[in-house]
Design a protein. Structure first.
Length: 155
């Protein structure tokens, strides 16, 4: 995958956009490797590993889309769930309030700020209006569960 990424376009001699195909190949290869590592590391049976592997191999870009620096969650969920999904897409990084408000511009600003404070109070999110917010480990698990539920509904 590393060679493909660094030497892409070397064997393509026509008008096909190879970057899209190369990305798809690299993504699927990485998903397969991650799924195998997950299966071996957890020591679960193939039947138990199946749902975990399906989550790892979820399609890119189906739930969160980035357009011009703004991330949009494509799900009909509550404000709190949408915040969890968006923060999950930035996991480990604090997201400034301005970016959250931009991503959630279809929602009431006051509601977004209140839900962020609620998530902080519940120790699901951490941060403040000055530094921005990020998910805690508990928040990440909650967001992953929400995403998993949405993924199973989309199938």
């Amino acid at each position: 995958m590393y060679t493909l990424r660094n030497k892409r376009n070397i064997a393509h001699k026509n008008d096909v956009d190879t970057n899209t195909h190369d990305l798809a190949l690299a993504y699927q290869g990485a998903a397969w490797i991650t799924a195998e590592l997950l299966r071996h590391a957890t020591g679960v049976t193939m039947q138990e590993a199946g749902p975990l592997i399906e989550l790892v191999q979820a399609q890119v870009g189906t739930l969160v889309e980035e357009i011009g620096g703004t991330r949009l969650a494509h799900a009909d969920v509550s404000v709190e769930s949408e915040i969890l999904i968006l923060l999950h897409s930035h996991y480990l990084d604090a997201v400034p309030i301005a970016d959250m408000l931009k991503s959630l511009s279809r929602r009431s600003e006051g509601t977004v700020r209140n839900r962020l404070r609620d998530l902080h109070a519940a120790k699901v999110g951490h941060g403040d209006a000055k530094l921005g917010y990020r998910l805690t480990q508990a928040g990440h698990a909650r967001a992953a569960a929400e995403i998993g539920t949405l993924a199973s509904e989309m199938r």
